[in-house]
Each structure stands twice: as C-alpha cells, then as structure tokens.
Design a protein around this ligand. Sequence first.
Ligand code: KG4
Length: 341
Amino acid sequence: MNQDIVILGIESSCDDTSAAIIKNGWLLGQATASQEVHRIYGGVVPELASRAHEQNIVPTVDAAIKRAGIQKEEISAIGFTRGPGLMGSLLVGVSFAKGLSVSLGIPLIDVNHLQGHILAHFIDEEGKDNRHPEFPFLCLLVSGGNSQIVKVNSYNQMEILGQTIDDAAGETIDKCSKFMGLGYPGGPIIDKLARKGNPNAFTFNKPVIRGLDYSFSGLKTSLLYFLRDRMKENPDFIEQNKEDIAASFERTVVEVLMHKLTLAVKQTGIKRVALAGGVSANTKLREAYLEKKEKAGWDVYIPPFSYTTDNAAMIAMNAYFKYQDGDFCSLDQPAFSRVTI
Ligand code: KG4
C-alpha cells in the first residue's frame, strides 16, 4: 500500500492563482500566476481578480503537477484556501478543488490563509536549510490586510495576542506610496526608496495603544497632513525628499511593529520569533529581526522571499498537517471572506 501523503494545495484568496504539490512535507513543485491587470487601477479590482483566476486555475494546477513530476492519480487530498480573502477569488479556488476532489475520489481539506502564512515556516525544500521553529513560538503576521502577533502552540492551535484595531501595516505603507503619487503595490516601492534615504530625516507621531494591539490609521493621517503642509510651502517637497520621507515613514512603521513584538516576548518569555506575510519582505523589518537576534538573543525565523507573498505551498503544507489528523471537510464547505486564526 502507498504510504506517501501527496497534497495538492490551491491558493486564490486575492490576486495570485497558485498551486503546489507537497509530498510527505517536501515541496515538489509550485506554479503561480500573478495578475498584472490591477496595476493601472492602483489596487486589486475584485471582479477582474475573479475573472483572471477563472482563466488561470486550470493551467496553473496543471503546471504545478507537471513541475512536481507526479500523476494526478497520486494525489492523496486537495487543500484549498477557504478565507480570508476576496469572495469572488476564493470561490474559483474552492469550486475547482471540490470538482477535482469528486472526479479523483479524494478528500478535501479547508485551510485558513493566515495559518497558511505561519506554517510556511515548516515547508521543506531540497537545497534549503529547512530550519523550523519549535512550539510554542511567536509570529508577527504582517500583510496588506493583517497585523497580528500570534502565539503558535502547535500546527493547529494558535492564539492572537495582539492585532491592529484599524489599518494593517501593509495597507499603511501602500497608502504612503499612494499619497506620494508613486505606484502600487507600495510596499516594494517604499522599501527600495527607503534604502537610499535618511530614516531620521522626519518624525511622525507613533500611536499610543494599550496592550499588544496595533493602530496605524493615525500614523497614516499624520503622514497625509505632513505632506499637505509641506507641499503648501514647497510644491516640489515630495519629489525633492521622496527617499527621506520613505525611509522615515518605514522606520516609524517598523519601530511600532517591533515595540509590541518585544513586549510580547517579554510577557510570554518566548524568544523563538517568526515573521510571516507580505510585509515580511521588507528590508528594514528583516534588519530589525536580525538586530534582535544579535542583541537580545532571539531565535528568529525569517521566511525566504518566495513565501512572503501568497503562495500555494503554504496551503498544501497546512493541509498536510490536517491530513495526518484526519481533519477533512465536506463538499458543502463554504468560502469565507472574513476568518480569524
Ligand atoms: O501577504 P500579502 O502578499 O497579501 C495579503 O495582504 O494577503 O501582503 C501584501 C502586502 C502589501 O501591502 C504590500 O505592499 C506589502 O505586503 N509588501 C511590502 C513589501 N513587499 C510587499 N511591504 C513592505 N516592504 C516590502 N518589501
């Protein structure tokens, strides 16, 4: 009898259609189709995203299976993102997963996208160092829609220690780019500019929020007013100072994130600290983690760049753990646009 566990993971929560094959915890192959169509609109247009997923899902799954060098009959189960995300986008992945599971006669596993980001730290890949955090560990999950400090007790037991009460860190950085008349998504643009700027050139008021929660809406407004006032004095202010503005704003966001995370480490006594989500690609945030490793003795886990953005390998990995627990879902499992950890 074949004891191998082969999982097909499908991710379609936002604007990336991704499929991956994990065999016994090892990533064999992944294919991702990104959607350029949104760039001219300065943000993801939900209707266009669902249409593009519909076009991309079959070739993407096909490419992942081919890259993995397996036959579809070898797949043990299909894991799919059930949410959070854009409903139209999610429905494409969920419906495709259901159809394929019926045709192959194999079980379905629903995966929480946020848990997927965190468990990306357990994907084994040939030629990589494959270091995994031991439980329990803390994870700063920072993306376009989330900013959370999560205590990860096991593969399937996680608790939120703190989270944003308004905007997410990624959304705030994206807005910084937008206010400055730069492109979308703003994260990589601000990151690149900031590397050439002085992080101490300007000061922005940091939010004062109790406990381990975050707030970024005030910081966003403070940047907006700052730019408005300076542009009144000098219409070329942004153009002349864009590197310094980006560096100073990015420093402030990273300091806010790291302040609460440091507090969480002190409160829990857990020094194993991981990073996950799209904003984990940020250079300054990665540097801040490495500084904590050197100066405060944190055992840090920073994801490879390929796992910072949405990907199906993390969904397949999550499903792999659930498969071993026999944690399957039925064909009437719906998609949810809002789901917590
Ligand atoms: O996790 P993700 O790919 O999508 C979800 O929100 O689910 O995160 C996207 C966010 C965007 O706000 C994007 O601007 C931000 O991650 N991001 C970055 C960087 N790369 C992507 N933020 C800061 N620095 C970066 N290098």
